[in-house]
Unconditional design. Structure first.
Length: 118
């Protein structure tokens, strides 16, 4: 789970940021959206294809400042700023199965749906 994402970041912006170093290394990404305010809710779910990539992601993004919107929020999985936790659901198939009956999977606009690697 990625926390403290500035609410103006879109799914496309997040994927662009992640793809700079991790393109092809994750197979699921979901940035929940508050539809009333048309912005993200401040966290996202990502599933990496191997633990090696999780470690590399942590190493690259811990305490990294967000590039846009002059936010004070950071990628930092330490102390009180943010945290990373292992989810009850592990793996893209479990995540897809979990979300398959939710309304987010039926959104007409793909920018609100999770990214699922083909």
């Amino acid at each position: 789970m990625i926390r403290n994402i500035p609410n103006k970041y879109t799914k496309e912006m997040m994927l662009k940021t992640l793809n700079r170093s991790f393109k092809g290394y994750f197979d699921f990404f979901y940035l929940p959206i508050d539809f009333q305010n048309n912005c993200n809710v401040g966290y996202a779910f990502i599933n990496f294809v191997s633990t090696f990539h999780v470690k590399a992601f942590y190493k690259e993004f811990q305490v990294k400042k967000w590039e846009k919107f002059n936010s004070e929020k950071v990628f930092a999985f330490i102390m009180k700023i943010a945290s990373i936790k292992y989810a009850k659901l592990q793996g893209s198939s479990s995540l897809i199965n979990h979300f398959k009956n939710s309304r987010v999977m039926n959104q007409k606009d793909f920018k609100f749906r999770p990214f699922i690697s083909p």
